[in-house]
Design a binder for this molecule. Structure first.
Ligand code: ATP
Ligand code: HSE
Length: 364
């Protein structure tokens, strides 16, 4: 008797991180999703592609260039890493995985974070590991070393997080697929077989969910060009002046509470969303960023609260309680003047739910 096949859906929201001063600290989940529909087949099933026992189909954002080989795709590569770290060599059962992605790549909306979270959950399900949410987070944080996007995508809502300091031997194992340098030749699976053991430390990530005032919406102004996170991190300095660090710490502490208050205090939020740690250095990658960030002001546009680079950019995140179209038009106009690019505007809700697994059907 074969075991019945199972159909599950893994749904992970996109996220905007930093929110100005909270570089590598703050993340908030927004209403665009990466969805995997996973059919786990009985072990002896024949699949249409007889050479592989995993069939990957992909639609939506990134579909023209995302790799569909399981050793190269960030989602399946992450799942293989999770399995390998539990001494499971490869996917134990045949699967048909349909991926639908609404999150644009390389725009600062946490596409890689969502892919890593989806991959960790896929590995957990495929290996029947039953990992706790905190343990899922540990695995995510081995792959994406800044916690802001993955923690928000997994836990949902407005989240602040930090990483425990780890020994370099724990984080430098060559078997770890880093989300920003996917080109590495050896697969997690091959490496794990060589290493035999690959242990993911416990309790890497620590987080707290913060309150977000329900009337505050996120306007995302998404230019149609990509900035890879690795590039946007490579332009940052290794050391900072004390006054710049203090500037951000002061604003970060105020911002976390300011965004929870109803009605929101626009002047307080606008000032508290200023940053001196990452945005000034990323101006060379996003033409006109300085002008864009000063193109709207709560004194001239009622309902507008604040503006920043979303994640590593190039998307601009504007927070507001109304006048969404007017705010988006102002920012788009400056952006287009500075660079000849198409721009897509989406006004998104803040979503409370992080990654979810939904069991769809079960058939023999
Ligand atoms: N759904 C997906 N499936 C497979 N790979 C993905 C998926 N989403 C993202 N990736 C990989 O992640 C890369 C984008 O990651 P990157 O960190 O540069 O940008 P981002 O995550 O969109 O932005 P940010 O981290 O600033 O929010 C893509 O080029 C692709 O290699
Ligand atoms: N905090 C990260 C987010 C990008 O994923 C950065 O700004 O580089």
């Amino acid at each position: 008797m074969s075991s019945p096949s199972k159909i599950l859906q893994i749904r992970v929201p996109c996220s905007s991180s930093n929110i100005g001063p909270g570089f590598d600290v703050l993340g908030v989940t927004l209403s665009l999703y990466l969805t995997l529909t996973v059919k786990i087949l009985p072990k002896h099933s024949n699949l249409p592609n007889f050479n592989e026992h995993i069939v990957l189909a992909y639609s939506g954002e990134g579909s023209s260039h995302v790799p569909l080989s399981i050793n190269q795709n960030l989602i399946t590569k992450t799942a293989l890493f999770v399995l390998a770290s539990h001494n499971i060599n490869g996917f134990p059962s045949p699967m048909i995985i349909n991926i639908n992605n609404e999150i644009p790549f390389g725009r600062g909306l946490g596409s890689s974070g969502a892919a890593v979270v989806a991959g960790v959950i896929l590995g957990d399900i495929a290996g029947d590991l039953k990992l706790t949410k905190d343990r899922l987070l540990d695995h995510c944080l081995m792959i994406e070393r800044h916690p802001d996007n993955v923690t928000a995508a997994l836990m949902g809502g407005f989240v602040a997080s930090y990483l425990r300091e780890l020994d370099s031997k724990d984080i430098e194992a060559p078997a770890i697929p880093h989300s920003e340098t996917l080109e590495d030749g050896i697969t997690a699976n091959e490496q794990a077989v060589k290493q035999k053991e690959l242990t993911v430390p416990n309790g890497i990530g620590h987080y707290i969910r913060l309150k977000w005032a329900k009337e505050i919406k996120a306007i995302t102004i998404i230019p149609q060009f990509e900035v890879a996170t690795a590039t946007a991190r490579s332009v940052l300095p290794n050391t900072y002046e004390r006054q710049d660090v203090v500037f951000n710490l002061q604003r970060l502490a105020v911002l976390t509470t300011a965004l929870s208050q109803s009605p929101p205090d626009a002047d307080l939020i606008f000032q508290a969303m200023q940053d001196k740690i990452h945005q000034p250095y990323r101006m060379e990658l996003i033409p006109g960023l300085s002008e864009i960030l000063s193109s709207v002001n709560p004194k001239t546009v009622p309902g507008f609260l604040g503006i920043c680079l979303s994640g590593a950019g190039p998307t601009i995140l504007a927070l507001a309680v109304n006048n969404f179209d007017l705010i988006a038009d102002r920012i788009t106009e400056v952006l287009k003047r500075k660079k000849d690019t198409q721009v897509i505007v989406k006004t998104l809700d803040i979503v409370d739910e992080g990654a979810q697994v939904i069991e769809l059907t079960e058939s023999s």
